[in-house]
Design a binder for this molecule. Structure first.
Ligand code: R5P
Length: 313
């Protein structure tokens, strides 16, 4: 039974309207009407063009680049919905920007992931839904429910259809092992791990490969492609160690600076990413898989008080 408009409403910020449209289509709803604008000085101005009084409101807004713009817009939207007497405001942030600054790695570092959590909560968010948080512990930065979904079922469906043989799933660093293992288990493949270090920000160096990759199709499975250096350095080392080919899967295609060119000029054969971050156009090596049905199904399950974890068995 599709939900009716007076129970649940979905609104989109400006970060990823196509994804929001797909989610609402999956749920049999129309997107809520909202105007997102700017004052002359650049400050964000929004107008909600329909009632939300007593409604459950879901805002779709990944905090992708330009992260500060999208984050501020999200905070202002939450504020407006709370002041308009929404019963509950859930923030659907398929990509959680600033997640990588989740601890003091060096003295006097900020913990920006926690600051973002504080900002969302103070603005009035009642719940957060996100996908492949860079570090699961970020859930603990909130005192409201956080549903951290996994993207691996979306990738697993596609990889099974591509019918590669002798697959080994490779985690590009130790931090990503749990995520990669879940994917490996889903497609019935063994796991290998890269020993990566970062001599400085945005520079990746792969020192060792832990596990067997010779003669295999190596699937690097990461949460984020930012500059693309982790994947490209990883692919080179895997091929040196005898992998037959390297495929990459990554949930969030941030693709900063010259990441696309770096990947196009690399030996990586194919790159699967999701639409957590809006992409205007990607070179032919890339394929975009949608997380819309995963998010739509999750919202419906939350609404009906049904299990969400059952989606990841
Ligand atoms: C790092 O811990 C993340 O999981 C990604 O591997 C990283 O953010 C990718 O960054 P880049 O593409 O710049 O190497």
């Amino acid at each position: 039974m599709p939900f009716t408009r007076n129970e649940l409403k979905i609104f989109s910020g400006s970060a990823n309207l196509p994804l929001a449209e797909k989610i609402s289509q999956y749920m049999g709803l129309e997107l809520g009407r909202i105007e997102l604008g700017r004052f002359a000085d650049g400050e964000i101005n929004i107008r909600i063009d329909e009632t939300v009084r007593g409604h459950d409101v879901y805002i779709i807004q990944p905090t992708s680049p330009p992260v500060n713009e999208h984050l501020m817009e999200l905070l202002i939207m939450i504020d407006a919905f709370k002041r308009a007497s929404a019963r509950m405001v859930a923030v659907v942030m398929p990509y959680y920007g600033y997640a990588r600054q989740d601890r003091k790695a060096r003295g006097r570092d900020p913990i920006s992931a926690k600051l973002v959590a504080n900002l969302l909560t103070v603005a009035g968010a009642d719940r957060v839904i996100t996908i492949d948080l860079h570090a699961e512990q970020i859930q603990g930065f909130f005192d409201i429910p956080v549903d951290n979904l996994w993207s691996f079922p979306v990738f697993a469906d596609r990889i099974k259809k591509l019918e590669y043989r002798d697959i080994v799933v490779v985690s590009p660093d130790v931090g990503g092992v749990k995520r990669a293992r879940k994917f490996a288990e889903k497609i019935g493949a063994p796991l290998a791990i890269l020993d990566k270090r970062r001599p400085k920000d945005n520079v990746a160096e792969v020192l060792h490969v832990i596990g067997e990759v010779e003669g295999m199709t190596a699937i690097l499975f990461d949460d984020i492609i930012d500059t693309g250096r982790s994947l490209v350095e990883g692919a080179k080392v895997l091929l040196e160690k005898g992998a037959k080919r390297v495929i990459a899967c990554a949930t969030h295609a941030v693709l900063s600076q010259d990441a696309k060119e770096r990947i196009m000029n690399s030996p990586i054969e194919k790159v699967l990413v999701t639409d957590t971050i809006y992409q205007e156009e990607l070179p032919e090596k890339f394929e975009v898989l949608s997380v819309a049905s995963l998010l739509g199904e999750t919202i419906m399950r939350i609404r009906k008080n049904l299990s969400v974890s059952v989606l990841f068995r």
